[in-house]
Write a protein that binds this ligand. Structure first.
Ligand SMILES: Cc1ncc(C[n+]2csc(CCOP(=O)(O)OP(=O)(O)O)c2C)c(N)n1
Length: 285
């Protein structure tokens, strides 16, 4: 169970990730809205939960991470940098050269820390089910497969086929994290193709369903701590209520900030807002 100190350390780490994202977004256009909405979840995953050796990316007993909402590559790369996969400065310099080896969407042919190349929505989760099946077949028993999916992405039919398959094949080593920010590329999910009642839908597919506030670090870590053992039989979905563009007043719930580049003024304002909110909640550290 994560103690208070760990929770506050990771909340600070998530702030650092957001500040990195803003700096990058001031340099180059990125998918900032959906990066911000998963920043806390991704920090909890990479900096607390995942069993991963930065110096040995092909370690057999590693947890596998698949970014199904592949456009959130930047938030993933900064978290990987935070655990020692790269120097964060490399991310800025590579993005300056047409995204370099980090890519607008991550590619495993040029980056060993990318388990699966993603970007085309509706593919990462299905591939994760294959990886989870393969781990089971190899009697691995200790690794989990974590996949982060967008709620807009859940409008792809392949996602529900994968949900069905996962319980059929008893993939207790599989964990889906849904970034339930309510927005997709061009509007609200509920207006375009309604997903509700979302938790009940997963329950109907016989999943272990956990619902949390995706910006509450204590809740995020508690959800990870409570996961069933990897050799169990029922897959878990964590449905995390989030806000697209979380923490920045002009960006929150604003579909026009799905992707974009920050002006210098917008950058300065966003940094000030994030730092002030963090200090108000956690004090100066
Ligand atoms: C198959 C496919 N169709 C369309 C796109 C273009 N696209 C990129 S991001 C996005 C919106 C995805 O919404 P969601 O999964 O909710 O992501 P978030 O809002 O959290 O960024 C779309 C439609 C794509 N990448 N892949």
């Amino acid at each position: 169970m994560a103690d208070e100190q760990t929770v506050s350390r990771l909340a600070k780490a998530a702030l650092e990730i957001r500040l990195n994202l803003l700096k990058l977004c001031n340099q180059t256009g990125i998918h900032i809205g959906g990066d911000m909405s998963v920043a806390d979840l991704m920090t909890g995953l990479w900096q607390y939960q995942l069993k991963y050796r930065p110096q040995e990316p092909k370690w057999d007993l590693r947890d596998r991470f698949v970014l199904s909402k592949g456009h959130a590559a930047a938030v993933t790369s900064f978290n990987q940098a935070a655990i020692g996969c790269y120097d964060p400065e490399e991310i800025y310099s590579e993005y300056a050269t047409d995204f370099g080896r980090f890519g607008m969407h991550s590619c495993n042919l040029i980056n060993p820390h990318v388990e699966v190349s993603t970007g085309s929505l509706g593919h990462g989760f299905p591939v994760s089910t294959g990886i989870a099946q393969a781990l089971k077949a190899k009697r691995n028993g200790v690794s989990r497969v974590y996949t982060v999916v967008g709620d807009g992405e859940l409008q792809e039919g392949s996602m529900w086929e994968s949900a069905m398959l996962s319980t059929q094949y008893k993939l207790g080593n599989l964990v889906v994290v849904v970034d339930r920010n309510g927005l997709t590329f061009d509007g609200r999910t509920e207006e375009l193709m309604s997903l509700e009642p979302l938790a009940d839908k997963w329950r109907a597919f016989n999943w272990n369903v956990v619902e949390i506030d995706g910006h509450d670090m204590a809740a995020i870590l508690a959800a990870f701590d409570a996961l069933p053992e990897p050799d169990s039989a029922i897959p878990t979905v964590i449905i995390a209520a989030t806000v697209k563009g979380h923490g920045i007043s002009y960006m929150e719930n604003n579909v026009s900030w799905h992707a974009g580049k920050l002006s210098n003024d917008d950058y300065t304002k966003a940094v000030a807002e994030l730092v002030a909110a963090h200090e108000e909640k956690w004090g100066q550290s």
